[in-house]
Design a protein around this ligand. Sequence first.
Ligand code: SIN
Ligand code: FE2
Length: 214
Amino acid sequence: MRTTDLFEDSLADALRGSGLTLLRGFALPLGRAWLEDLERVTNAAPFRHMMTPGGQRMSAAMTNCGTAGWVTDRTGYRYDRLDPDSGRPWPAMPDSFATLARRAAAEAGFEAFEPDACLINCYLPGARMSLHRDRDERDYAAPIVSVSLGLPATFLWGGLERVDRPRRIPLAHGDVVVWGGPARLAFHGVAPLADGCHETLGRRRINLTLRRAL
Ligand code: SIN
Ligand code: FE2
């Protein structure tokens, strides 16, 4: 048995019952179709570094597609139907994103997931996301579906309390994680991105976080 298999087995054991489903390579059958969709979105709503209410610049650049987009500024966190940079609605969610999210959610046991918001995070080497909970959505019954593209990253999967020591989960291009149910409000984050070069995305990691927000 290879070391990677041993690692995957013990990771799978550790995650069992944690409320997080790890779907290795689930987005790979999309091929590169998502790339054109992503470009269409980012041409209409370019990546930007948002500010936290505390006045910190977020290290990942962000944009959104879908009916609502997650934004943060000095006044707080919220979902907004309009892109505050352009004053226009966010670009529509590409079918490829919505279909992938629906299928991933079903695979994780959440039937009939209909995402209306897709946050798109872009990490350059060194960028990170500190531990937080996704709790700006109206209804916590729907899961969170998170798609990793480009450079590999270490996902931090914590517990329901901020002090719970997070588990480190390596995520590669095409991996999808889904969490919900009792773990819907679990703390999670991303460790500082290691430098590298991905064949399609270069020195970047893109993350699509699909949610039911409104
Ligand atoms: C997030 O929690 O918004 C981002 C997670 C990720 O980039 O994998
Ligand atoms: Fe999050």
